[in-house]
Design a protein around this ligand. Structure first.
Ligand code: FRU
Length: 318
């Protein structure tokens, strides 16, 4: 009897040490299974997303003995991204990180993974509902509101503005618009032209050409990201009337080699930082995998860069 019991305990020990997920109990000398994280990036055609993957890679490299990240690029196609999440489920990854292209169509695949017990971290753009483990991103309503308030201030409370929106089926587009309306409320700053530029510089450039052709007075452009603000600037410069010098261009993202550089060069009047959350995603993933509690929402901060503060690294917005 005793022998059987001992054998049982021994067998149990083997299971715990040998097959268990990477546990704190096991010693480093044992061959350990790494956790696999599947990362679905909505596209890698935009510099900000390349930076997000880079931030994830750097953070993951600090934990190379514990995790391995498999990267997939959905090439800005919703159906491809839906399939990628389902592929990760099939593969049996330990955790999924997704930066979704659009909210509604990605909600279901994310919920499928979550319901199957695979933790999902949603990064930067949201999905609908609450069938995910943790959302990480900056407060886009706040960023939009700050952009609105800033424009009211630089325009002296009054002026005609073009709004070049991001993809309006994605939450940052919706929230940056809503926040901006709050920021200009009660002023005489007025949106005279707006367009969904899908976050893309060439579309923003084309839309701005139409705006310039229709409206002789445009005092400012509020673009939902820096590539769009830059596209608008190029359109104004190409028009050849010098309007790029009088129009104020405001963007969002503030990558060092993009928006921040444009501010230094005098192309943009201001840009607001939109952190990628890559590092926080890996830190949160590790906590989840180790069984620690994480918040449902992790809100990242932002900063404003103008010519006055750009050399000091911008100014945090409380
Ligand atoms: C990149 C991007 C950023 C923007 C973010 C919003 O795809 O368009 O420029 O801030 O996505 O999700």
């Amino acid at each position: 009897m005793k022998r059987i019991a001992l054998a049982g305990v021994f067998a149990l020990l083997l299971v715990v040490v040998g097959c268990g997920r990477k546990g704190t109990e096991s010693t480093p000398s044992q061959a350990q299974r790494k956790w696999t994280i599947g990362m679905s990036q909505c596209n890698l055609g935009e510099p900000w997303r390349v930076q997000m993957n880079e931030d994830i890679k750097q953070a993951a490299a600090q934990h190379a003995d514990e995790i391995e990240v498999i990267y997939k690029d959905a090439q800005n196609k919703t159906e491809v991204q839906q399939a990628q999440v389902r592929e990760f489920i099939q593969m049996g990854v330990d955790l999924i990180i997704i930066s979704p292209k659009e909210a509604r169509p990605l909600t279901k695949p994310v919920a499928e993974a979550y319901q199957k017990g695979i933790p999902v971290i949603v990064l930067d753009r949201k999905v609908e509902g609450d069938q995910y483990t943790c959302f990480i991103g900056a407060d886009n309503v706040k960023i939009g509101r700050e952009a609105g308030k800033y424009l009211v201030q630089v325009l002296g409370g009054k002026g005609k503005v073009v709004e070049l929106k991001g993809l309006m089926t994605s939450t940052p587009g919706q929230e940056r618009h809503q926040g901006f309306l709050e920021g200009i409320a009660g002023s005489q700053v007025e949106i005279i032209f707006d367009a969904d530029c899908q976050w893309l510089e060439p579309i923003a450039q084309r839309e701005m050409q139409s705006a310039l052709a229709r409206f002789p007075q445009i005092e400012a452009v509020y673009a939902h990201n820096d590539p769009s603000a830059h596209g608008a600037y190029l359109a104004a410069r190409q028009e050849g009337k010098g309007r790029e010098k009088s129009i104020r261009f405001i963007g969002i993202d503030a990558l060092p080699h993009e928006g921040v550089r444009y501010v230094k060069e005098g192309i943009l009047t201001a840009t607001f930082e939109y952190p990628t959350g890559g590092k926080e995603a890996i830190e949160t993933a590790l906590k989840i995998l180790k069984g620690e509690q994480v918040p449902k929402n992790l809100t990242l901060g932002t900063r404003i860069f103008t010519k006055e503060n750009v050399e000091q690294g911008g100014e945090p917005i409380p």
